[in-house]
Ligand binder design. Structure first.
Ligand code: GLP
Length: 244
């Protein structure tokens, strides 16, 4: 879907999420959301907060799983995705704390593998992800699945691509401060979601959007794997669509 602006597009995505939540409420069931960080989804979260405050949309039946977190990363750091999610969404809605899941950047290295396994199990126990929201990195990464990630990959510790670290450098006040690793859901974890919504705004994403949508499916651009997904939409603005 090509929207005129990221504002319009974000409103559309927020409505899709709200519809799912309301539908599940009527059925007395939970809605399971896979959530992303970065600048791309922030307007979607703003709209969800607005729907909560102005229309009384409740998140009591919502279970969330975030895609990724830098490693190592303290939860209270300004750079943590825990902090990001609290500031942009969780602090402003009525979600139950026990229903929020974010990869843990504070673990000891020897505990990471078990944590990742348990993360996958929790997603399965929750009934799988109903809607997975994604951004995209300039390397074609989804979550932090950098070039070379395999189609079947699951939640794991990964090494970040230099381009990704360069893109994050200004946020961290210098490349040397950007973590070299992250914990991320795998491509396989994302592929198992019932519906995937990838968003991208601006000309800077236009090349990678063209490769992901029209390019051959390959490990060097992990987002191309989404071409295999049966219920995946790319929601982009006109600038991100300029090479299509
Ligand atoms: C980070 C996140 C990704 C996100 C990407 C794009 O690397 N881990 O999930 O999609 O950045 O960021 P932005 O939305 O700021 O362009």
């Amino acid at each position: 879907h090509i929207h005129k602006s990221s504002q319009d597009a974000s409103f559309w995505v927020a409505n899709e999420i709200a519809q799912l939540i309301r539908q599940r409420q009527k059925q007395g069931k939970n809605a399971v959301l896979g959530l992303a960080t970065g600048s791309t989804p922030t307007k979607v979260y703003d709209y969800l907060v607005q729907f909560h405050k102005e229309e009384g949309l409740s998140f009591k039946n919502v279970i969330t799983f975030n895609l990724d977190e830098y490693y190592p990363m303290k939860a209270d750091s300004v750079h943590s995705y825990v902090r990001f999610m609290n500031e942009h969404l969780f602090d402003h809605i009525d979600i139950k704390e026990k229903n929020i899941h974010i990869p843990d950047g504070t673990l000891d290295k020897e505990d990471v593998r078990d944590f990742c396994k348990a993360y996958e199990e929790k997603i399965n126990t929750a009934g799988g992800i109903d809607i997975q929201v994604l951004g995209i990195g300039r390397t074609g990464h989804i979550g932090f699945n950098e070039p070379g990630s395999s189609l079947k990959s699951k939640t794991r510790l990964v090494r970040l691509d230099r381009v990704t670290r360069l893109d994050a450098a200004s946020d961290f006040f210098g490349l040397e401060n950007v973590p070299t690793k992250a914990i991320t859901m795998g491509v396989g974890t994302i592929m198992a979601a019932k519906r995937v919504i990838l968003m991208a705004w601006g000309e800077g994403k236009s090349r990678v959007i063209e490769q992901s949508v029209e390019g051959e499916i390959r490990e060097s651009v992990p987002a191309t794997f989404l071409q295999y997904h049966e219920n995946c939409e790319f929601i982009i603005d006109s600038a991100a669509a300029s090479f299509l």
